[in-house]
Design a protein around this ligand. Structure first.
Ligand code: ATP
Ligand code: MG
Length: 636
C-alpha cells in the first residue's frame, strides 16, 4: 500500500490502535512508500488530521518511539507516534467546515493520517474572532495565530507555569496586554512581588507601592487584624479580647456618626450586635484602647490583667510603627471604603484597567496581610457586585501565597485564593496563577485552573503535578516540557481552541517586564563602586531591618510566608536592591509617618538606588534624607 495523497497532503502512516481519546499511528517506512523525510515529519506537538466519512479528526502528537530498534542499516524498523484526538472539523450545511473541541466520530483501524492542512488549522484557530485574541503563533505553522478565548480563559481560571527564566512574566504581560487591547475597561489586580510589571503596562496601570499604599486597618477581618496586632496565634486570650471589643468599637463609631441617620432603625446604632468582628466598618483605635481600659478597670483579679495590658501595648506600638503607617497613619478615621474599592478595582476605570500591587519593600508579615485582604476583597467585591463587575486577580510567584504544605503560608490568604478558585466563576472573579514551582502549590487550587500555559519545565516532580492537575487528553505532551524552546509553551484547556504547542509573540522591548536577572557580564566589565557605594548599601541594609521573624516591635511574628530556597526571594528582603523593607528601626517611629508618604528609610533607599526601575521616582536626595534621619535620632 503506497502513501496516499489525502486532501493534497502525503499520508504519514496508519492508525493501528484506538483507545478512548488516544490512538497509535504506525509511520510508513520507506519500503511502504514513505521516505526518510516523511518519517521525520511529525514532531512532538504537531497537529495531524485523519479523514473519516463525516469529519476530519484533529490529533496532536504526544509521544514518538521505536518499540524495537534495529542494529543494522538494511533492516527496517517500526516507528510509532502516540496521538491524542483533540478536535473535529465537520461539514456545515453551507459546505463550510465547523470546528468542535472533542471528537464524535472516531477514526478506525487502518485510517490514514496526515499533517493538518493550513486551512484546517485556520478554521480551528481563527473561527472565534469576536471573543478571542492573539498571543502568538502555532509552532507548527507560523502563519496561524495562536489565540486565547477570553471568556473561557478567565471564567475558568488559568495558570502560567515554567522553570525560572523561561518567559512566564513576559507571557503574563503579553496575555494581559492582548486582553486589555481588546477590553480597555477591564478590572485586573496584579500582585507583583518583584516590582516588574509597571514597566509592561505603563499608562494602563494604577501602581500601588509601599510609597502610596493606603489600607485602613478597619478593612481587615478578624484573622487579619489578629495577624497584624498579635501575630502569635498561640496568644488566644488577646485574640478573644479583640473578638469581643472590635464589634463594640465599630458600633461606637457608628453611633457617633450616624445617630441621626439611624433613628429609624429598630436596633440602636451602638448595639454591638449590629456588626460582626469581620464587617468592613470603620472603628477608632482610640475607642478600642478605651474599651480595653474600661475592661481592665472592672477586673478584680490582677492576674487577668496581663493579656489586656499586652494587647494594649501591642496596639499602641503597631499603630505608631512607620511600617504600618499605610494602615494606621490617617489622622482621622472616616469611611473610605468606596474610595479604596474604587482605586483597587478601577471603578470607574479612568483609563487604568489594571492595578499593580508592588510588594517589594513591604515586610513579610505586612505582605501576608495585604495580599490576604486584596484576595479576599477581590472575591467579596465580585460577589457583592453580583457579577456586574467581573474582576481578575493575577498572582505572580503564587507558591508564596498558596503553598501545598499545610503549615506554610498565611492561612487566611490561602483560603481567600482558594475561594476564588473554587467559587469565583459563579460571581465573575477570575484567577491567574503564575509560578515556577507547580509542585509546591496547593494542588486543589492548581486543578481549578482550567487553562494552563506550560513553558519549559525540567523538574519531573513539577511535570507530574501539572499532569495530575490537567484533565486534558493531551496531557501526555507534558513529558515534552523539558525540551521546549524560549517563548514556547504548550497550551491546554478551554481557553485555547486546541491543546497546542505555541510560540508566544515577542513583546516590544519597551513593554517587557523589568527583568530581575543579574547582569553579571555588564557589571563585571570594569571596577564599579567605592566606599561611598558601600556606605549606601550598608545604609539601605540597616534601614530595611526586616526579616520574617523580626520581633523588635511586636514580639513574636511567625514568618508565615512559605520559606523560599533562595531562588527568588527578593520580595522578602531588600535583596533586589530596589526598595528597602518598609520596616524601620522603631526609634524612628516616634511619630507615625502620614499615610501616603514614605518612611524616612524609604527616601534613602529610593534615592540612592543605582538600578532604580523606571517607575521609581527619587523623591529627595540622599543627603537630605540622611539629614532627616540624623535629626530624628538627635530628637530622641
Ligand atoms: N514573549 C517574550 N517577548 C520578549 N522577550 C521574552 C519573551 N518571553 C521571554 N523573553 C525573554 O526571556 C527573559 C526571561 O523572561 P521572564 O522574565 O518572563 O521569565 P520568568 O519565567 O518570569 O522568570 P522568573 O521565574 O525568574 O520570574 C526576558 O527577560 C526576555 O528577555
Ligand atoms: Mg517572572
Amino acid at each position: 500500500m503506497g502513501s496516499k495523497m489525502l486532501n493534497g497532503a502525503r499520508s504519514l502512516g496508519r492508525i493501528v490502535s484506538v483507545t478512548g481519546a488516544n490512538a497509535i499511528l504506525m509511520l510508513d517506512s520507506p519500503a511502504h512508500g514513505g521516505s526518510a523525510a516523511t518519517r521525520n515529519q511529525p514532531e512532538m506537538g504537531t497537529l495531524l488530521a485523519i479523514d473519516t466519512p463525516s469529519s476530519v479528526v484533529l490529533a496532536i502528537v504526544s509521544a514518538l518511539s521505536v518499540p524495537v530498534p534495529v542494529t543494522r542499516d538494511d533492516e527496517d524498523e517500526i516507528w510509532i507516534a502516540e496521538i491524542s484526538l483533540v478536535g473535529e472539523l465537520s461539514q456545515c450545511a453551507a459546505g463550510t467546515l465547523r470546528f468542535n473541541r472533542g471528537v464524535t466520530t472516531y477514526p478506525t483501524l487502518g485510517d490514514r493520517v496526515r499533517v493538518a492542512a493550513s486551512s484546517e488549522l485556520k478554521t480551528a484557530f481563527c473561527g472565534f474572532d469576536a471573543e478571542s485574541v492573539r498571543v502568538g503563533t502555532l509552532r507548527q505553522e507560523k502563519s496561524i495565530p495562536a489565540v486565547i478565548r477570553i471568556d473561557d480563559l478567565l471564567s475558568k481560571h488559568f495558570a502560567i507555569l515554567g522553570t525560572t527564566g523561561t518567559g512566564k512574566s513576559c507571557g503574563t504581560a503579553l496575555i494581559l496586554r492582548a486582553i486589555l487591547t481588546r477590553h480597555p475597561a477591564a478590572h485586573i489586580v496584579l500582585l507583583d512581588p518583584h516590582n516588574e510589571y509597571a514597566r509592561a503596562f505603563r499608562e494602563w496601570a494604577e501602581v500601588i507601592s509601599p510609597r502610596n499604599l493606603q489600607f485602613p486597618y478597619w478593612l481587615l477581618n478578624f484573622e487579619e487584624i489578629v495577624e497584624v496586632l498579635i501575630g502569635d496565634r498561640s496568644r488566644k486570650a488577646e485574640a478573644e479580647i479583640l473578638h469581643e471589643l472590635i464589634p463594640i468599637a465599630k458600633a461606637r463609631y457608628g453611633s457617633g456618626r450616624h445617630d441621626a441617620a439611624n433613628r429609624h432603625l429598630r436596633r440602636p446604632a451602638n448595639d454591638p450586635g449590629r456588626y460582626t468582628v469581620d464587617s468592613p466598618v470603620p472603628y477608632r483605635i482610640s475607642d478600642l484602647i478605651g474599651l480595653i481600659d474600661e475592661r481592665m478597670g472592672r477586673l478584680e483579679n490582677k492576674r487577668d490583667l496581663a493579656p489586656y495590658r499586652q494587647l494594649r501595648t501591642r496596639i499602641q506600638n503597631i499603630s505608631s510603627d512607620p511600617s504600618y503607617a499605610f494602615m494606621f497613619g490617617a489622622l482621622t478615621v472616616h469611611d473610605s471604603m468606596i474610595q479604596v474599592l474604587s482605586r483597587i478595582f478601577r471603578v470607574p476605570v479612568q483609563g487604568r484597567p489594571i492595578t499593580i500591587f508592588e510588594l517589594t519593600g513591604l515586610p513579610t508579615e505586612v505582605v501576608n496581610v495585604v495580599v490576604s485582604v486584596v484576595c479576599r476583597m477581590t472575591f467579596d467585591f465580585a460577589l457583592w457586585s453580583e457579577g456586574q463587575i467581573p474582576v481578575m486577580l493575577v498572582c505572580e510567584e503564587a507558591h508564596r501565597y498558596i503553598p501545598a504544605k499545610t503549615d506554610y503560608g498565611f492561612e487566611p490568604c490561602k483560603r481567600a485564593i482558594a475561594r476564588i478558585a473554587k467559587e469565583g466563576r459563579k460571581y465573575g472573579a477570575s484567577l491567574c496563577i503564575v509560578t515556577q514551582r507547580p509542585a509546591e502549590i496547593d494542588p486543589t487550587i492548581l486543578s481549578q485552573c482550567n487553562t494552563v500555559f506550560a513553558l519549559r519545565m525540567s523538574n519531573e516532580r513539577d511535570q507530574n503535578i501539572v499532569k495530575a492537575a490537567i484533565s486534558d487528553s493531551a496531557s501526555g505532551l507534558l513529558g515534552f516540557l523539558a525540551a521546549l524552546g524560549q517563548r514556547e509553551a504548550i497550551a491546554f484547556g478551554d481557553g485555547v481552541p486546541l491543546p497546542v504547542r505555541i510560540c508566544f509573540d515577542e513583546l516590544p522591548p519597551d513593554c517587557l517586564p523589568r527583568s530581575t536577572a543579574a547582569r553579571f557580564t555588564q557589571y563585571w566589565q570594569q571596577a564599579y563602586g567605592d566606599e561611598e557605594l558601600l556606605g549606601q548599601i550598608v545604609e539601605r541594609w540597616r534601614s530595611s531591618g526586616s526579616t520574617a521573624r523580626d520581633a523588635t516591635v511586636r514580639g513574636s511574628f511567625d514568618g508565615t510566608l512559605a520559606p523560599d530556597d533562595g531562588e527568588s526571594d527578593e520580595a522578602n528582603t531588600a535583596g533586589s536592591g530596589l526598595y528597602p523593607s518598609g520596616r524601620t528601626d522603631n526609634s524612628l517611629g516616634a511619630n507615625p509617618v502620614p499615610v501616603g508618604q514614605p518612611s524616612p528609610s524609604a527616601y534613602v533607599a529610593q534615592s540612592v538606588n543605582p538600578v532604580s526601575p523606571a517607575s521609581a521616582k527619587p523623591v529627595t536626595s540622599t543627603g537630605s534624607a540622611l539629614k532627616l534621619l540624623r535629626e530624628r535620632l538627635k530628637q530622641r
